[in-house]
Design a protein around this ligand. Structure first.
Ligand code: HEC
Length: 709
């Protein structure tokens, strides 16, 4: 997997020559298949971006070097597309034969001519806006997959959809999880991957209460091939009859109490990697449900396979090995962060490794054949979770007081993560891994188990809130003082920091390293920045009034190299930033010598009235939605959008008169008849709650003139 500097440059020269005399955008000569993905750096593929992490090992390193440290000052905006949303846009685009495939919010996929930005087609799977309520961080997706003439979309509502790459027409669609029922608060935000004809997809929802699983489907037909549960179900129900049955025998003894009542969690919402030689799929698993170990498992047991790497056979889904980073998961820590495969020289030996920087602030290097821990070091300035990892046992040595009690305490790292889903990159030329690191502590306290109530489709963490206000105020001050973000260059062999680029706040984006000695990142300073990959010196920066969080890519069309990234902030919370931007998210594409393309100026702040906070219960909102559908929708529009008067944007005065308007009919002369004969005050309150919920869902977008208006 490691390429020497020499061979990389040779390949690129051939690629450039081929591109000049060979393919134009979209001539369809490349079939994305096992051959192409095994030879991703071959001349005919090196200018493409065929899979989420560029290669199955997800190194996100490109050998292209036409744009390099010597000429990057000539970089300019070649074209852009306004994605017309204020929501976070997290997707890594794909490029095949000069066509760029991008995914915006609500899984809308668009194909562009990669050189000109001309739109070739758009596919909208029509995901209902109500699904945004089940996605912690917005209706965003981290990307799509390509295989044999088709693209694969993991839709927020659980559909896995195959569409034709040439036309955007749907080929098949399959529902990957059940939608109804107490423990089915699933959603999909991760990118599907295709490994030799099998589409692998996970899901999220452990914050709401689910039993996490991963499933694989035939890429041609959409038929399910295997399913791997991450945590055990109710032992009284017996084995699932799925690929994970043998693994659940290992996991079951590590649980106590009645975790299955709340799902147990473990949802694999982002990362996978594939070792094609070993035919192994690596799964990064998530946090517990509920978060608090004392509630979930009576404070006993490691709770496998929460916050672990699990290796399974790609054909059968059968368990091969696991390594658990976070036993006794108690902090909403996830190990769903990007998994990267590489070959490293460690102690004069070539080791085939798997690497990850999960939420807990440690950098792990693991033997990808056996799961043996090779090394692990923390890269944050203070780690209140563990002092170190015991190399004899592979277990963390927890700091005293790390586990949660009813007394609030500050944890750093916290659920806000020392590093989260933002893609990292490894350059075989510098030997360094680059990642968006941050220090965002937070306050934790656990409810007593008997005080915990589980609410349908609501966040069910088990956090105790609001007790000991003086202590909390003091901890909040400490938290604010400690907050920071930085771009970290890390040596995975010596497990030491090479250098860092500090930022004023957490929240910068994914990274890409190239053979041109470039390191590209969207920053929380609302810029796109390019640094030297070897030493971090800043080479180029452009203000864009948006902080891109997604992973950048690079590609080649007709002999010209491009750099592209989605610039739309959101998707993981950052405190203390205030009103951030009024600009919509955009897909930005750069090349050398481009001039004349300008981003529109930032619009003035919104004049829409900010909706009140939602104080109602989920049940009230649900009842309000039904009543709205029955009594109001035909005039005020589906999902409360538009209609005779858009009820999301009522003024405070109208809100104050809501009951008089709706029940007594004080606006009858305008055509708004009263409903006192069919609706009670309670009904009106429920409808109002639904309208407030809808307003909160859409406010940021609508105030910027975006998608949901
Ligand atoms: C038959 C059509 C119709 C139906 C059904 C209807 N409305 Fe209206 N509604 C109107 C019209 C017309 C207006 C006045 C629009 C204008 O100001 O010009 C209005 C205005 C309102 C306003 C004032 C909005 C503002 O910002 O000034 C509220 C609040 C309202 N409707 C709530 C409801 C609710 C709640 C329901 C369901 C229980 C409902 N309406 C059902 C036609 C309807």
């Amino acid at each position: 997997m490691a390429l020497s500097k020499h061979s990389v440059r040779g390949l690129v020269a051939i690629a450039a020559a081929l591109a000049i005399y060979g393919c134009a955008a979209g001539d369809g000569t490349t079939i994305v298949n096992g051959d192409a993905l095994r030879n991703y750096d071959a001349p005919e593929n090196v200018g493409d971006w065929l899979t989420h992490g560029r290669d199955w090992g997800e190194q996100r390193f490109s050998p292209l070097d036409q744009i390099n440290a010597d000429n990057v000052s000539e970089l300019g905006l070649a074209w852009f597309d306004d994605l017309e949303t204020m929501r976070g846009v997290q997707a890594t685009p794909l490029v095949v034969d000069g066509v760029l495939y991008n995914e915006s919010i609500y899984n809308i996929v668009t194909a562009y001519n990669g050189a000109t930005g001309e739109k070739l087609w758009t596919y909208d799977p029509q995901v209902g806006p109500e699904w945004a309520r089940l996605a912690c961080c917005g209706p965003s997706s981290r990307g799509i997959a390509a295989w044999n003439g088709k693209l694969y979309i993991g839709a927020l509502d659980g559909r896995l959809i195959a569409i034709d790459m040439a036309t955007g027409e749907e080929v098949w669609s399959t529902q990957t999880f059940e939608r109804e029922g107490l423990l089915n608060a699933y959603s999909i935000t991760g990118a599907p991957r295709v490994y030799d004809g099998k589409v692998v997809i996970g899901n999220g929802g452990a914050d709401y209460g689910v039993r996490g699983f991963v499933s694989a489907y035939d890429a041609e037909t959409g038929e399910e091939e295997w399913k791997f549960w991450i945590v055990p179900g109710n032992p009284a129900d017996g084995p699932d009859g799925d690929a994970s049955d043998s693994a659940m025998e290992i996991a079951l003894p590590t649980w106590s109490g009645e975790w299955w009542r709340w799902g147990g969690g473990g949802a694999a919402w982002d990362s996978f990697a594939y070792d094609a030689e070993r035919n192994l799929v690596y799964i990064g698993t998530g946090n517990g449900s509920p978060h608090m170990w004392s509630i979930r498992s009576d404070g006993e047991g490691d709770n496998l396979f929460l916050c672990s790497i699990v290796a399974v056979d790609a054909d059968s889904g059968e368990y091969k090995w696991h390594y658990q980073m976070v036993p006794e998961e108690d902090w909403d820590y996830t190990c769903t962060q990007p998994i990267m495969l590489a070959d490293l020289e460690i102690d004069d030996e070539t080791r085939e490794v798997l690497m990850q920087a999960p939420k807990n602030g440690f950098y792990y290097v693991i033997d990808r054949g056996t799961g043996e821990l090779i090394s692990a070091e923390t890269y944050v300035s203070e780690n209140t979770w563990a002092s170190h990892i015991d190399m004899e046992t592979g277990r963390p040595v927890l700091q005293p007081g790390a586990h949660n009690t009813t007394t609030p305490h500050l944890m750093n790292p916290s659920w806000l993560a020392a590093h989260t889903w933002h893609p990292m990159s490894y350059s075989p030329l510098t030997g360094l891994v680059y990642l968006s690191a941050q220090e965002q502590p937070d306050i934790y306290a656990a409810q007593e188990k008997e005080d915990f109530t589980f609410n349908y489709h609501r966040s069910n963490s088990g956090q105790l809130r609001g007790n000991m206000p003086e202590l909390r105020a003091q901890l909040a001050e400490e938290r604010a003082a400690k907050e920071k973000g930085y771009l970290l260059a890390w040596d995975p062999v010596t497990q030491t920091e090479a250098w860092r680029v500090p930022y004023d706040h957490p929240g910068s984006g994914g990274v890409l390293a190239t053979a041109g000695n470039l390191l590209i990142q969207g920053t929380i300073d609302k810029t796109v920045a390019i640094y030297r990959a070897d030493n971090g010196e800043k080479l180029w920066e452009m203000e864009i009034d948006q902080a891109p969080i997604a992973g950048p890519i690079t590609y080649m069309v007709d002999g010209e190299q491009y750099i592209a990234l989605n610039a739309g902030w959101g998707g993981s919370p950052v405190y203390n930033l205030g009103p951030f931007t009024t600009s919509t998210a955009k897909l930005l594409v750069f090349k050398l010598g481009a001039t004349g393309v300008e981003l529109p100026p930032a619009p003035p702040p919104s004049e829409l009235p900010r909706p009140p906070f939602l104080m109602a219960t989920e049940a009230q909102v649900a009842r309000g939605r039904d009543l709205y559908g029955e009594a109001c929708e035909r005039c005020h529009g589906p999902n409360a959008i538009g209609g005779v008067a858009d009820l999301r944007w009522m003024t405070p005065e109208t809100r104050a008169q809501f009951n008089e308007i709706v029940l007594e009919g004080i606006l009858e002369d305008k055509g708004m008849i009263g409903f006192a004969d069919t609706l009670t005050e309670e009904d009106a309150a429920a409808i109002n709650a639904y309208l407030i919920a809808r307003a909160n869902e859409d406010y940021s977008d609508a105030s910027a003139g975006g998608h949901a208006q």
